[in-house]
Design a protein around this ligand. Structure first.
Ligand SMILES: C[S@@+](CC[C@H](N)C(=O)[O-])C[C@H]1O[C@@H](n2cnc3c(N)ncnc32)[C@H](O)[C@@H]1O
Length: 564
């Protein structure tokens, strides 16, 4: 999972002297220039000043929160969100992605909250109104996006409950219950209604599994002395392979809850791999597995032969190594400790939180130095009985399958097809491509609200790039039919590229998914998703071509003076 407690790209402060809150795009943001351009195109600057004294009417807080949100959304866009943005998506009701919306709103809340702590700020009543308005915006947004949770009561959760009891004895504060949930394995359910800002789970650093535990083990001195060095991550893999069987481990309750098999893409069998033929995931999986196999072969059997007492061969098989890799890939989190050190850790109990594209918890991963604990606080409300989700990161389904073994149920805006556009065209490309090195991409056109002529549900940077390569000899006064013919050429080229991709995917599998093994089923679902994405792009291109042809007919009829 990614390190989620990123420093916010903006900063907001309350200065009493001017009675303003200042929202500022950080110059350290790697997308600073693109965001600045977008902000300016919408009439904003990289700094937004909100006058607190102007709280003159009852709707001030809501209106102000909505206008800060316009800016905050842009400040929190990532590369893909920025690429696929549409002009309409920056309206008070529109949003870019659910996660962006939550991050934008929560960062506003975070800065308004911190302005409260500023003793020199004398507008606390206005700040309180603003705080309430932001929370209301979060709640309104959440109410539109509630998902069903189906608990499987027949599944025994003794081991999970023992772990929770162990955690509570170790200082964990928990407002979640662990249960089996249809489609998720185990998951965490809110015991009571949780509000924005509530802490669902708090784990003291002493209950976190990090390199510190590994360094206290008897294998560390040996690992330290290995020629050419072994990375800390690899040492952690080797440590967990043995610790899982250590009956006196401090973390025995945690290891007891781990499955015998993780079922990620790294464990796909031959049939599943074959079923992925024609997809890029096939190559990704083969490469990832080859990399791990090479890593294993570099260590074994040498370590077992040189130190059989520390590395018993029966615990250090390739299968056990793969199990440990899957454990760390699918369950670890990057944590920033109070001293600033960034360490990959396993977090008991928090490891039961499943991923969502619309998570409840977006900010985690930084130890609170005041309490020396990790806090998982709510970025949106979670009702009692509802599953509480985390965000593992802005990952594509291929990444989630490879390292976590699932595909999100919701439409995933990060399922993107990268386009390898001929480099020679870059010479002619617009500023966005040439100066900022944008790679072009497409995704399911159902994400787009704009399927009108010249848009077609396709990303504007891609269309502009393809146009700029062809429009060299055109200018503002060039006749419309010439421009329309260029549009037709572009759409036909895209159709031919995507028809080729569709052909590579082969025929739709008619076998019932019910009888498939888990891996073949997941591979088939992934392939189907690819077909759906490509098919949506092809439909948009065909529909777009029809729009352009109709326009062309109208224009030619007008030119020849005949009625269309
Ligand atoms: C950190 S664990 C979460 C707890 C896990 N469900 C369990 O039973 O141990 C990550 C694993 O949970 C599952 N998972 C997480 N999010 C999911 C989702 N949205 N849909 C289905 N499975 C999910 C995947 O198997 C993933 O590898």
């Amino acid at each position: 999972m990614e390190d989620c407690k990123k420093s916010p790209p903006d900063s907001l402060s309350c200065t009493d002297e001017n009675h303003t809150i200042v929202l500022k795009l950080s110059k350290r943001d790697p997308l600073f220039h693109k965001k600045k351009k977008l902000l300016q195109s919408k009439g904003y600057d990289v700094e937004m000043h909100i006058q607190l004294k102007s709280a003159s009417h009852s709707k001030w807080a809501r209106t102000t929160a909505e206008s800060i949100l316009q800016v905050s959304r842009i400040m929190h866009l990532d590369e893909a969100e920025l690429y696929f943005r549409e002009d309409g998506s920056c309206s008070p009701t529109g949003y870019y992605t659910q996660k962006n919306e939550l991050e934008a709103l929560n960062s506003m809340l975070c800065y308004v909250n911190s302005s409260f702590l500023d003793d020199t700020c004398s507008h606390k009543d206005v700040l309180r109104d603003l705080q309430e308005a932001i929370i209301q915006l979060i709640c309104d947004f959440g109410d539109k996006n509630i998902t069903e949770t189906t608990v499987i009561n027949s599944q025994n959760c003794d081991k999970e409950n023992f772990l929770v009891q162990w955690g509570e004895k170790s200082g964990v504060k928990n407002r979640l219950q662990i249960a089996y949930i249809e489609g998720f394995g185990r998951g965490a359910i809110a015991v009571t209604d949780l509000k924005v800002g509530d802490i669902a789970l708090e784990i003291p650093v002493s209950a976190v599994i990090s390199e510190d535990a590994m360094k206290k083990s008897d294998m560390f001195p040996t690992l330290e002395k290995v020629d050419d060095g072994i990375s800390t991550e690899t040492m952690l893999l080797l440590w967990s392979m043995k610790e899982r069987y250590n009956s006196s481990s401090t973390f025995k309750n945690y290891f007891d809850t781990l499955p015998e098999e993780f079922n990620t893409g790294l464990s796909f069998g031959v049939d599943a791999i074959v079923a992925l033929d024609g997809t890029l995931l096939l190559e990704e999986l083969i490469q990832a597995k080859e990399h791990l196999r090479n890593q294993y072969d570099e260590l074994f059997p040498a370590l077992c032969e040189d130190h059989p007492d520390i590395f018993p061969p029966e615990l250090y098989t390739w299968e056990q190594f793969l199990w440990a890799c899957e454990l760390w890939y699918s369950n670890s989190m990057k944590i920033q400790f109070a001293d600033g050190a960034l360490k990959t850790c396993l977090i008991p109990i928090a490891g039961f939180l499943n991923h969502s594209l619309y998570p409840h918890i977006t900010q985690y991963g930084k130890v609170d130095s005041a309490t020396n604990s990790l806090k998982f606080s709510m970025s949106r409300p979670c009702h009692a009985g509802e599953q509480c989700y985390l965000s593992y990161g802005n990952f594509s389904s291929s990444h989630l399958i490879t390292f976590y073994g699932f595909m999100p149920q919701m439409e995933n805006p990060y399922d993107i097809i990268q386009l390898d556009i001929d480099g020679s065209q870059d010479v002619c490309s617009g500023e966005l491509d040439a100066s900022s090195g944008t790679t072009h991409m497409v995704r399911g056109t159902w994400f787009s609200d704009n399927h009108s002529i010249f848009h077609y549900g396709l990303p504007a940077p891609l269309l502009n790039h393809l146009r700029s390569a062809r429009e060299l000899f055109l200018d503002a006064v060039s006749p419309l039919p010439e421009k329309l013919n260029i549009e037709i050429e572009i759409l036909e080229d895209l159709c031919s590229t995507f028809s080729g991709m569709m052909e590579n995917l082969g025929e739709v599998d008619s076998e019932s998914r019910e009888n498939m093994d888990w891996d073949v089923k997941l591979a088939a679902e992934y392939k189907n998703l690819q077909r759906r994405i490509i098919s949506s792009i092809l439909s948009s291109c065909y529909a777009g071509r029809k729009l352009v042809e109709d326009e062309l007919c109208k224009s030619m009829a007008k030119d020849s003076g005949s009625p269309s």
